[in-house]
Design a protein around this ligand. Structure first.
Ligand SMILES: Nc1ncnc2c1ncn2[C@@H]1O[C@H](COP(=O)(O)OP(=O)(O)OP(=O)(O)O)[C@@H](O)[C@H]1O
Ligand SMILES: [Mg+2]
Length: 359
């Protein structure tokens, strides 16, 4: 149910990191764009940890005003405020022995951040209106799509808390950087939702044409966006509406979805100039025929642009083929023909960084 689907290099690395980190109890900060799977990663960390039989408690720090968030997290004593007719334990007490997932941590007020820092440092806190400190054993995992370092500069996030929660940092890469996972994710969502949505006759796969469109899409909403499209296809009974929607968003200059990877072509112009320089350097002794020039120019240009496409897609040959609008077979052939090293380190960015901060 909560399995992390995908076998692209960044996802394989992510799964490894989860295994390495899950029994340490060190605070984890999960970052990444909206819909990349931050909560899924938090749940997976808990499931792989020795705390898996105990509670996993999630609190969304953006969903409540800060006074309510404080009593939600730390509980309150009877009479702490008007309406507090009974004492109530907070989520930290409920999570004792287990894991606390603080989602959208960047939205927590600076005052509450101080109280959280105390729990992280001493495992102690006080209920609202209480006098006695309570001790808990909780693994704290936080997530955010804010840039907390910028928030620190702006004075809205405490630097000392940042270092406390950021002992291990897991960056979940956007879907556009791991498009190899798209087919597997589609299958997973078809399996998951065709039963749940009660559509027995719904399609169970998408056409190659739509897959091409998906491979080209920029995915601003990441995996959640893909999940929504699959649900829509199941409910509508065919893929037409989704196809039209994506085609209408498509930008001829780059990825679809209103985002253009390289809005101006100055980089491409530089590349063309390097093709021309290359031809002039390789000029044969006798003056070449135009036919020879054309052939030389073509192979130089193809090589340079295939390398550039690999660079822009993190070494992903399928994506590079989509970008160049040639078939996967054709790119494989050309990579071999030109002797391009498609595994070059500069192409392969795996997007996951793990920072262990020394105490
Ligand atoms: N690798 C994956 N395999 C299977 N499902 C995934 C994967 N990544 C994300 N999902 C699904 O996509 C949806 C969004 O994931 P999740 O809620 O974990 O993202 P998030 O990063 O917390 O998003 P937000 O920033 O909006 O809170 C969920 O339904 C989740 O199950
Ligand atoms: Mg989330």
């Amino acid at each position: 149910m909560n399995e992390i689907i995908g076998s692209s290099p960044p996802i394989r690395r992510l799964k490894e990191v989860i295994k390495q980190v899950s029994d340490t109890g060190l605070s984890v900060l999960i970052t990444g764009e909206s819909g990349v799977g931050k909560e899924l990663v938090a749940r997976s960390l808990h499931r792989h940890s020795p705390r898996s039989k105990k509670a996993f408690i999630k609190v969304n720090c953006a969903a409540l005003p800060n006074e309510l968030l404080e009593s939600e997290l730390f509980g309150y004593e009877r009479g702490a405020f008007t309406g507090a007719t009974e004492a109530k334990p907070g989520k930290f007490e409920l999570a004792d022995g287990g894991t606390m997932f603080l989602d959208e941590i960047g939205d927590m007020s600076i005052g509450l951040q101080a109280k959280l820092l105390q729990v992280l440092q001493d495992s102690e806190f006080c209920r609202v209106g209480g006098i006695k400190d309570k001790k808990v054993d909780v693994w704290v995992i936080c997530a955010t799509n804010h840039d907390l370092e910028t928030d620190i500069q702006k004075g809205v996030f405490r630097e000392d808390l940042f270092y406390r929660i950021n002992i291990i940092k897991i960056e979940v890469p956007p879907l556009r950087d791991r498009k190899d996972d798209i087919p597997q994710l589609i299958n997973h969502f078809f399996r998951r939702y065709s039963k749940a949505l009660n559509r027995k006759t719904a399609p169970l796969r998408i056409s190659n044409e739509l897959l091409d469109i998906f491979m080209y899409h920029y995915w601003p909403g990441n995996v959640r966006e893909l999940e929504n499209y699959v649900q829509k296809i199941i409910v509508m009974g065919d893929e037409e509406a989704v196809k039209q929607e994506l085609l209408s968003k498509r930008d001829p200059k780059g990825y679809s979805g209103g985002h253009v990877v390289h809005p101006d072509f100055s980089r491409e112009e530089d590349l063309i100039n390097s093709v021309i320089d290359g031809i002039q350097n390789d000029f044969p002794e006798s003056f070449p025929s135009l036919k020879q020039v054309k052939k030389l120019a073509q192979s130089k240009a193809e090589r340079i642009f295939i390398e550039e496409a690999l660079r822009r897609t993190g070494g992903n040959k399928r994506d590079a083929a989509v970008l160049l609008q040639i078939s996967y077979k054709a790119i494989l052939y050309k990579i071999k023909e030109y002797g391009i090293d498609s595994m070059k380190e500069e192409y392969v960015k795996d997007g996951i960084s793990v920072t262990i901060v020394q105490e």
